[in-house]
Write a protein that binds this ligand. Structure first.
Ligand code: CUA
Length: 184
């Protein structure tokens, strides 16, 4: 949401509250006995509850089919698998399988357009595995955690140079924890 949208949203919300307050003030009548008011209050409460329930159920019905869980039941089959682990303060490519992919000292070469599965873990402390383009835009990320393997599937659609940067502060040389991906 942009700042303008947020501002408009707040303005509209404030106007609605003002209108409701004005209408309430205008409709104020002489005090009514408590006993005669009770059924009306109960009825209003029921209507309010019904309205909230319908709104929530409608929201649920509209958004539930859009959750991504169904697609995870048919996982993509990667063309290339790369096992990578984070250590203070380096990325280690532990193994690689698939055609056309190669690993160097601190770099990885993969063919363009292939589905790549990164199996990410860590050897010491938590790190963050983030893939960036040369403009510094984050393309994909996953946590690198000791004792856990987290999978990240990513397809590079353009050739070029990409960077793996650590996204979790992990000590004084955290900022040096980088590796390069050449997509060819
Ligand atoms: Cu590893 Cu920051």
């Amino acid at each position: 949401m942009t700042a303008l949208n947020a501002g408009l949203f707040t303005l509209v919300g404030t106007l609605i509250v003002c209108v409701i307050a004005f209408m309430l003030a205008r409709s104020t009548q002489p005090a009514e006995s408590k006993d005669s008011a009770v059924p009306r209050v109960y009825r209003a409460r029921l209507v309010y509850f019904g309205f909230i329930a319908v709104a929530l159920l409608a929201g649920l019905a509209l958004t539930l089919p859009r959750t991504p869980y169904a697609s995870s039941r048919n996982p993509v089959v990667p063309d290339i698998r790369v096992a990578v682990s984070g250590w203070m303060w380096t990325w280690r490519f532990d193994s690689i399988s698939g055609d056309g992919a190669r690993v160097g000292a601190q770099d990885l070469r993969v063919p363009v357009g292939k589905m790549i599965e990164f199996d990410v873990t860590a050897g010491d402390v938590n790190h963050g595995f983030g893939i960036y383009d040369t403009e510094g835009q984050l393309l994909a990320q996953v946590q690198a955690m000791p004792g856990y393997g987290n999978r990240l599937n990513y397809r590079f659609s353009k050739t070029g140079v990409y960077y793996i940067l650590c996204m979790e502060f992990c000590g004084y040389a955290h900022h040096l924890m980088t590796a390069t991906i050449y997509v060819e």
